[in-house]
Design a protein around this ligand. Structure first.
Ligand code: UDP
Length: 263
């Protein structure tokens, strides 16, 4: 049941899909909550969860704990939206990580906060930063660097981020690496909100095209990406498995299994 929260916004709570928390926020609410965290100058982790991630977390307790410990978990893919409906606790809409990133850049530019882009192949984060600056007047880039570093280099990466003073850190290392990396290093990044954004820098920089709006609205972005990047096939085998598991969970909900609570 939705109720008003302390700020007068709507608080629909969260649901659990295959044991993973998903916060029932729309794009506007997600951006507002993140902006509040930035303004409070706290360290925070935001997860943009997709069906493939929930599927992995189902079998990997540590990854599931990492997701569930995040400060905000937004429904990034159509699979998560459909599962939430099946579980009778619908999220208001899909909040795609790449759209959230654009909104947050607009808010950061308005406030004067700087952002850091970490991830992607050499040059992708820098090119994405250039494109974002063009679109968001006054946006301050604290830094941008590729995501193909070794774990031993993480301390130096963290130090660059911390000393840059970035308040928002977009981490595009792909899942599950980006969630694990953020959890492990959040305390070393200074007061920053870190968000896993997958391959967003590839799209923003123009290296990969985004699915046309009509396909996105039809919930077929996964199919477009599969055709453009056939190497995703193995990964996407997780989608039917996710669907079956979500169906089983929804059946359990109907007969009263307490696994799908809405909080
Ligand atoms: N990547 C990275 N470091 C790694 C592995 C991957 O920076 O060690 C980047 C990769 O270049 C790509 C992104 O992580 O930009 C993963 O993109 P993918 O499309 O797999 O993520 P999704 O958007 O589906 O979560």
């Amino acid at each position: 049941m939705a109720h008003a929260d302390a700020d007068g916004g709507v608080n629909r709570g969260s649901l659990y899909i295959l044991g993973c928390r998903v916060d029932r926020v729309d794009a506007h609410e997600a951006a507002a909550r993140i902006s509040q965290l930035v303004e409070r100058k706290v360290s925070a982790h935001v997860v943009t969860i997709g069906a493939e991630m929930a599927n992995l977390a189902y079998a990997d307790r540590e990854y599931r704990d990492t997701i569930n410990a995040a400060d905000l978990v937004v429904p990034d893919t159509v699979g998560i939206v459909i599962a939430s409906r099946l579980l009778r606790a619908p999220v208001p809409e899909r909040v795609a990580g790449i759209d959230l990133l654009e909104r947050l850049c607009a808010d950061a530019a308005a406030r004067g906060d700087s952002i850091y882009l970490l991830g992607g192949a050499d040059g992708a984060a820098m090119a994405a930063a250039g494109a974002l600056v063009q679109r968001h007047d006054g946006l301050r880039i604290a830094g941008a660097e590729h995501g193909y570093f070794r774990e031993q280099e993480s301390a130096a990466v963290c130090e660059r981020i911390r000393s840059s003073g970035a308040r928002l850190v977009f981490v595009g290392l792909g899942f599950p690496r980006q969630e694990r990396w953020i959890r492990e290093h959040l305390a070393d990044l200074g007061p920053a909100v870190c968000i896993g954004v997958g391959g967003s820098f590839d799209v923003i920089s123009g290296r990969l095209p985004r699915a046309p709006r009509a396909l996105r609205q039809a919930g077929l972005e996964w199919l477009y990406r599969l055709v453009r990047e056939p190497r995703r096939f193995r990964r996407q085998l997780a989608l039917p498995i996710f669907a079956v598991r979500a169906l089983v969970q929804s059946f359990g909900t109907r007969v009263g299994t307490p696994h799908t609570q809405v909080k």
